[in-house]
Design a protein around this ligand. Sequence first.
Ligand code: DGY
Length: 320
Amino acid sequence: MTKVRIGVTYPLPGPALDWLGQRFEVAIRDPEKQTFQQWLEQEGPSLQGLITLLSDPMDAAALAKCPQLKAVANYAVGYNNIDVDAARTNGIQVINTPDVLTETSADFAWALLMAAARRIAEGHQLTRDGQFTGWEPELLLGQDVYGSVLGIIGAGRIGQAVAARARGFSMTVLYHNPTRLSAELEHDLNLQFVELEQLLTQADFLSLHCPLTPETRHLISTDELQKMKPTSILVNTARGPVVDELALVDALRQGVIAGAALDVYEWEPAITAGLQELPNVVLAPHAASASRSTREKMAWMVAEDVAAVLTGKPPQNPVP
Ligand code: DGY
């Protein structure tokens, strides 16, 4: 009897794929040898299960290359790279990795916020370059975090975890969501719901945690940036296209806002022209969930859930 075949578009950390390989026939793409598209062309027709990265475009055309597919598990909490409607139409269960990366990602959003506020990246570069010639009263003056106003767009799991950390900094935390959280949660997290306009005008730090949807694409563009304080800092660990990056570059050049810290990019992995030259931007390579422990747990989640679907059991993390 032919074994059920599962494709994995990139080698994943930890033992989960070995475990999967003991139960199913597993085809792991070698990124040195084949592009995702070449590999999908070759392997797609024989796959019943598929584990993808957030950078693999699983649109209707890509799904059509996998006529036997029963489950596609995205090694990420965000799944904007998958056409969920097309998957549903074709009877394919979409799976993601929520919760496990919440705290790791919230830590990282804070690391970026602090780095931009206190100009850590600039200081690091200056010190490495041998330019630190002694303590100076006006060297790399930044923004205070303690006691300031944090604005969160998208107070879901990660946004809430970011808010929880703000307590230690005695911050006022404002948030905006399409649907308001329960009064209990707002109280527990010390969160105040405000309209977007108010969030933009009052936040010292604006941190984005919403999913990428047609509604949130370019949610932050010229008009929104103009409403922000000239001393404010934008942090994006959500998805690049939530920010209109050309508008952001203009705003940063003209001092409309003081700085930005980005983990994700509109044209990822390409970086919008201008961002790399601006000293007031901290750039990270989409690494918010990148702790070893989290990434290994994410691998277990996708492996176990694909295995579940292919053995007729319900997955733990189905995308509705
Ligand atoms: C996600 O999971 O969506 C992050 O962007 C990467 O872990």
